[in-house]
Unconditional design. Structure first.
Length: 148
């Protein structure tokens, strides 16, 4: 069964993608939940026309995302944390703290788009994180965790 996605779905596709899924998954979940529509001939024609009109906007967004990715790659963050005498952090450093540090630097990034290189950061040091900016455009930033 072919469907047209109405919104981005993790591990399935992005908005306006035409994809093939199993009949039951499409009819019983995606279409009733409002995540997709059935890709009939008329729906495909309308989709093609909409995509043609959006293509230049998409190009502009992509160029902006590449520029932001280049700037983010050069940013180095310092995140303070309370530590014990052995250098272990009380608690852990997470994506919320990284997002707040990026906001202080002037970059508005949603914490859900940040992925840490390690699951939990519980000690002082330099680490890396990946920031998803737009669809397939990502920037890798490095940050230092220091003792307050």
């Amino acid at each position: 069964m072919e469907i047209i996605l109405i919104q981005d779905l993790t591990n399935l596709g992005h908005k306006d993608d035409v994809i093939k899924v199993r009949n039951g998954y499409g009819r019983n979940y995606l279409i009733p939940q409002g995540f997709a529509i059935l890709a009939t001939d008329s729906a495909k024609k309308m989709h093609a026309e909409n995509m043609r009109q959006r293509s230049h906007k998409e190009l502009k967004k992509r160029e902006d995302a590449l520029a932001i990715a280049a700037k983010l790659g050069a940013v180095e963050l310092r995140i303070g944390a309370k530590t014990s005498t052995t250098g272990k952090i009380f608690g852990s450093v997470n994506t919320i703290q990284i997002a707040e540090a990026l906001i202080e630097k002037g970059y508005e990034v949603d914490r859900k788009n940040i992925t840490l290189s390690e699951d939990t950061i519980k000690e002082i040091g330099t680490f890396k994180a990946v920031v998803k900016i737009y669809k397939d455009i990502k920037a890798e930033i490095s940050f230092e965790v220091y003792s307050e």
